[in-house]
Design a protein around this ligand. Structure first.
Ligand code: ZN
Length: 82
């Protein structure tokens, strides 16, 4: 009787640990993706992939691998935060 209770508690605890691990994994994946998008390297595009607007040369130099104009970048960041 007492042993069953202990087994149940252990089972629940391990399920909670699994969920916490899963949540941590999702969080890590998101963090890695966010860091990758920030650390994107390579040549910047001269035109925005979203709207085709010119990307100012200052922005091309400041943001490595820049693909979006300032407007589309801020719009996509707003979407991501939801
Ligand atoms: Zn754009």
């Amino acid at each position: 009787m007492m042993e069953n209770t202990i087994v149940n508690i252990q089972r629940e605890t391990s399920e909670e640990a699994e969920q916490a691990q899963l949540a941590a994994q999702i969080f890590t994946d998101r963090a890695v993706a966010a860091i990758r998008s920030v650390l994107k390297t390579g040549p910047s595009l001269s035109h925005c992939v979203e709207c085709g607007e010119d990307i100012p040369i200052e922005r091309q130099r400041a943001v490595a691998g820049c693909e979006l104009c300032i407007y589309c970048q801020s719009a996509s960041e707003r979407l991501r935060q939801r």
